[in-house]
Design a protein around this ligand. Structure first.
Ligand code: PXP
Length: 235
């Protein structure tokens, strides 16, 4: 299982003052020295954290980027220019604090199928961020996605409430179902140093994308150590 480190929150902190600190490129360099698969960055339509320049600056480091994005033409154009290693299509609502809920792939199958084509033509791997739901996995397959990323937000919330078995079972079932369809399966959202061990119990998960807990921990121990501690837990 590989780790994608989501560095959006470094940009959130920087943007709080409108200046240059903390330096996102410096954070990217530190993360890239560790045994991670990719840097995950979400270029939101409202640019509330990652800005266009951040994306190009990090790409210039030679980084593998997993670009989270809404399925809209404006960001697709940027993706086709930046050529990230992968894109993960996510739903976006302006007022949300973070990505709440998965993409409704079932409800926009034809649109997504067309949207994904030019990305795949450029060799970009495509993932759909969906809830742990068999019908969403079917839709992802239909659209031509390579991966689903299972939204682990509900599981993470349930874990905090000490009542996670039901949500965890949904993740196990969806992962197995999607793999049988020929999709690769990732997971992310709300994963932290306490709950991440359970991801190892889901057969064949490829990648975990983790941001908030790693960046939070880095305040106390530094980014390098925070990433290493997470890598230790998932290996
Ligand atoms: N994966 C996706 C698709 C996301 O939207 C996010 C949040 O930006 C994450 C993973 C990481 O979530 P967290 O910051 O809670 O670790």
């Amino acid at each position: 299982m590989k780790l994608g480190v989501n560095i959006d929150h470094i940009a959130t902190l920087r943007n709080a003052r409108g200046g240059l600190e903390p330096d996102l490129v410096e954070a990217a360099k530190i993360a890239l020295r560790e045994d991670i698969l990719a840097l995950t960055m979400h270029l939101r339509e409202d640019r509330r954290h990652i800005k266009d320049k951040d994306l190009y600056d990090v790409k210039a480091l030679g980084a593998k980027i997993n670009l989270e994005m809404a399925a809209v033409a404006e960001i697709q154009k940027i993706a086709l220019d930046v050529l990230p290693y992968s894109v993960c299509l996510v739903p976006e609502r302006r007022q949300e604090v973070t990505t709440e809920g998965g993409l409704d792939a079932c409800g926009q199958k034809e649109y997504l199928k067309e949207f994904i084509k030019p990305l795949k033509d450029k060799g970009i791997l495509v993932s759909l961020f969906v809830d742990a739901d068999l019908a969403q996995a079917d839709a992802a397959k239909y659209c031509g996605a390579d991966y689903i990323e299972m939204h682990t937000g509900a599981f993470s919330q349930a874990f905090e409430n000490n009542d996670y078995q039901n949500e965890f079972n949904k993740l196990i079932q969806t992962a197995k179902y999607a793999q049988d369809l020929g999709l690769k399966v990732n997971a992310g959202h709300g994963l932290n140093y306490q709950n991440v061990y359970l991801m190892k119990k889901i057969d064949g998960l490829c990648e975990l994308n983790i941001g908030h807990s790693i960046i939070s921990r880095s305040i106390f121990v530094g980014l390098k150590t925070a990433i290493r501690e997470m890598l230790e837990l998932i290996k």
